[in-house]
Design a protein around this ligand. Structure first.
Ligand SMILES: C[S@@+](CC[C@H](N)C(=O)[O-])C[C@H]1O[C@@H](n2cnc3c(N)ncnc32)[C@H](O)[C@@H]1O
Length: 240
């Protein structure tokens, strides 16, 4: 089944460009400063799948010199409009050969791999990340957990999609984002934890740590399932 990157769409890009860190998204970004401070030495970074630049600006504000790259012209256009002095570049699918070996202290990819189809393309990209990471450099891959697609959340509706409950690795799964105007379903590819670990191993990356952040009752957000089920997986990787 062919896969459409729903972010190559002006209405979706404009809608996503207004998104900051509400609800379940807060939980994705809450622990990142500590995770980055713990593992990353040096200040040169790439944000792979930067979208409209939300994640790029987040890490830039931590003091990094960061390049945002994305396959979607619509998203890069929005990123440049919001941050005109930022470095945002369009890349072709699976191609990072423009970047030299051993260039980055940190490569982050935040929600991107939910939308990257096939094991082959994932291995190709993670092998490229390995090549362009400096020795001792860190890759942070933040993705939706398998559980995201079969539970409802402060920021997402998913349980209305019956096929989500039957989905296996590589199948299409759907969510509706509650925090944006564009209410069309977002199509992702289900890629469970065990399959990510296989991709990392084949690409020559070692998994240092997996974080599964949970919400706390005292946080000023109306959590739905976030205090007991982790919606996100954050993988910290380095070169083998
Ligand atoms: C859900 S958005 C996340 C954007 C951003 N990281 C954030 O947190 O706001 C996912 C982005 O990944 C991009 N993407 C999908 N496949 C890609 C690929 N093969 N190469 C580069 N970017 C890709 C999409 O175009 C989209 O902008």
């Amino acid at each position: 089944m062919s896969f459409t990157n729903c972010y190559e769409d002006t209405a979706r890009a404009e809608s996503y460009a207004k998104l900051e860190f509400p609800g379940t998204y807060y939980l994705a970004f809450r622990d990142l400063p500590q995770i980055i401070a713990r593992y990353v030495k040096g200040g040169i970074a790439m944000d792979f799948g930067c979208g409209a630049g939300r994640s790029t600006r987040f890490t830039k504000n931590l003091g990094f010199e960061i390049i945002g790259v994305d396959i979607s012209t619509e998203m890069i256009t929005a990123a440049k409009r919001i941050d005109p002095i930022g470095d945002y570049r369009i890349v072709k699918e699976g191609i990072l050969d423009y970047f030299e070996d051993n260039s980055f202290d940190l490569i982050q990819s935040i929600f991107t791999f939910d939308n990257v189809p096939t094991e082959k393309l994932k291995i190709q990209l993670f092998s490229e990340f390995r090549r362009i990471l400096k020795k001792g450099g860190i890759m942070i891959n933040l993705v939706s957990s398998q559980e995201l697609y079969v539970n409802d959340w402060a920021s997402f509706t998913t349980t209305c999609f019956a096929n989500n409950f039957k989905a296996k690795c590589g199948d299409r799964v759907y969510t509706i984002m509650k925090d944006v105007e564009d209410q069309r379903p977002v199509e992702d590819e289900l890629w469970p934890d065990i399959n990510y670990k296989r991709v990392y191993s084949k690409a020559g990356l070692a998994l240092i740590e997996t974080y599964k952040p949970l919400g706390y009752e005292y946080e000023p957000i109306e959590w739905v399932n976030e205090t007991r089920i982790a919606p996100w997986s954050i993988y910290v990787l380095t070169k083998k």
